[in-house]
Design a binder for this molecule. Structure first.
Ligand code: HEC
Ligand code: HEC
Ligand code: HEC
Ligand code: HEC
Length: 404
């Protein structure tokens, strides 16, 4: 037994090192891993306001109406997929801006990172809850059979309206998970179906619980904060998750790879997925002699933050494809490469410092107005790019960089 544990421990350490390598080695976009933080999300919110985006874009109904609501069911993909989307919309967006007497704002590389983080955070945080829907759920999911709400309900379980922290939907699931195996028995004894959650249901429930608390209570600060992805990565290993699951191919093979899961969801929806699958996982854990993990406050959010960050990462681009784009997509109608091409715009081989995707994206957006003007004059079509196209361009421009 002891030696099995020891070898498990050793293989876990090896896994952790392998994960570390995967994340840092495969990616030239280090900013993305660091960038997905609460601090950057808040700063990105300021950028969103200060640069005037909010004049046309609402987030869940709050803000202008000139462009699409950026909250509604939106998942913008990786950092570069997001940048590509904005790039492709750029001409129409700029037209609308001109009509409002605005010009497209200039960004620093830092601000671009913060803005993208904020927009990813909108999705992570999810929609605000609905009290009415939540109250119905407390009934239909059976919570009132065991817990009291506003004086009504069963008393098999403790009073959850006395704990402020359950106003955070993620803490609510985390606690339910921790009590889960005990609750399972009680569900069975009372012949009650174990509740399953989809969409925004947990958030609705948290809002309903709030309605039953005394009105002076407020949502504790930080309730909706981003988890810390780098801690999440460590926790996946410490909690034994990657004994069964893998992360981009590294790990166990008893359960699906995290990278292949659909995390186009908010943090609570993902927590809900974990809760829904918990009985199967617990059973398998028992069979494999793995201690059922519990979470300290915030740890589940850290793990989900990590899931999010792996989905935001772009794989590094392909130099050869990048070269194809430059040579086949009109770029040389204006630019040149080492003198070959046109002299209307800069020689892309002579621009220094285009060595990271964020800087390239930023340079492109800061020059986008100029570029668009030229495209119109020369009757050229605006170049539509995918996230992968940009990654490939970065790889190519990086290889050309005069510093190399
Ligand atoms: C003057 C109005 C206006 C301003 C200001 C504006 N946008 Fe837009 N935006 C639009 C319009 C209109 C579209 C849709 C264009 C299209 O359909 O091609 C759009 C599209 C987008 C999209 C794609 C959304 C989707 O779901 O397809 C994103 C992302 C976006 N804008 C982000 C921003 C950001 C970030 C800023 C601030 C730097 C900003 N916008 C400022 C009008 C604006
Ligand atoms: C079959 C009865 C039963 C049902 C139905 C039930 N619970 Fe529970 N719940 C319990 C019991 C019993 C505990 C205490 C378990 C323990 O102490 O380990 C508990 C604990 C909890 C806790 C932790 C409370 C604390 O402070 O320790 C939360 C949060 C919770 N339940 C939420 C819910 C929600 C939300 C629902 C509906 C989706 C629900 N429960 C449905 C019986 C139930
Ligand atoms: C003993 C093996 C095992 C361990 C350990 C384990 N899981 Fe799982 N997990 C599974 C299996 C098997 C499934 C798929 C269950 C199913 O398909 O119904 C699953 C499903 C999931 C899902 C839902 C996937 C989906 O597509 O809906 C998530 C999220 C998840 N696990 C996260 C975790 C996390 C986080 C940990 C560590 C705290 C963990 N798992 C530990 C076996 C495990
Ligand atoms: C119709 C003319 C035109 C076309 C076509 C064009 N650009 Fe540009 N581009 C410009 C102008 C004008 C600027 C801004 C001034 C400058 O850098 O000379 C610019 C700037 C840039 C910059 C920023 C350079 C810097 O100094 O930081 C990059 C990167 C860039 N373009 C890439 C591309 C790529 C990749 C393509 C092809 C998909 C392309 N451009 C197609 C006109 C064009």
């Amino acid at each position: 037994m002891r030696s099995i544990k020891f070898s498990l421990w050793i293989s876990s350490i090896i896994l952790l090192l392998a994960l570390e390598f995967l994340v840092s080695g495969r990616n030239t976009f280090l900013y993305a891993q660091e960038g997905f933080s609460q601090k950057n999300a808040y700063k990105g919110h300021d950028v969103f306001q200060n640069k005037g985006c909010i004049q046309c874009h609402a987030v869940y109904g709050r803000g202008g109406k000139g462009g699409p609501d950026l909250g509604k069911d939106k998942f913008f993909g990786t950092y570069l997929e997001f940048a590509a989307m904005m790039w492709n919309h750029f001409p129409r967006m700029e037209e609308k801006m001109e009509k409002k007497g605005l010009s497209f704002p200039q960004f620093s590389a830092e601000e671009t990172e913060q803005l993208i983080t904020y927009l990813a955070y909108i999705r992570y945080k999810g929609e605000p809850g609905n009290e009415f829907a939540g109250k119905k759920l407390l009934n239909s999911k059976g919570c009132v059979k065991c817990h009291k709400f506003g004086g009504r309900g069963g008393d098999i379980g403790p009073d959850i309206t006395s704990e402020l922290e359950y106003l955070s939907p993620i803490i609510l699931v985390e606690t339910m998970w921790n009590h889960g195996p005990d609750m399972m028995d009680i569900f069975e004894q009372n012949d009650i179906k174990r509740p399953q959650f989809k969409n925004n249901e947990i958030v609705d429930i948290a809002v309903a619980i709030k309605a039953y608390m005394s009105p002076t209570n407020r949502i504790p600060p930080g309730s909706y904060d981003l988890g810390d992805p780098s801690n999440g990565k460590i926790l996946l290993q410490e909690k034994g998750c990657i004994t069964c699951h893998s992360s981009r191919g590294t790990g166990g093979n008893l359960a699906p790879d995290f990278y292949s899961m659909d995390f186009n969801k908010s943090v609570t929806e993902i927590a809900g997925m974990m809760w829904n699958h918990a009985p199967e996982m617990w059973e398998l854990m028992n069979r494999e002699n793995i201690t059922i993990p519990t979470f300290k406050k915030g740890e589940m959010a850290d793990i989900i933050g990590y899931f999010y960050s792996i989905k935001l990462q772009d794989a590094s681009g392909d130099e050869e494809n990048g070269k194809n784009i430059v040579y086949n997509r009109d770029c040389l109608s204006c630019h040149s490469i080492k003198g070959e091409g046109s002299s209307i715009a800069t020689d892309l081989a002579r621009v220094d410092g285009l060595d990271n995707s964020l800087i390239v994206v930023n340079a492109m957006f800061n020059h986008a107005s100029d570029m668009k003007k030229r495209h119109t004059e020369m009757k050229l079509e605006w170049p539509k790019l995918s996230g992968k196209d940009i990654a490939d361009l970065v790889a190519y421009l990086n290889a050309l960089s005069p510093a190399k």
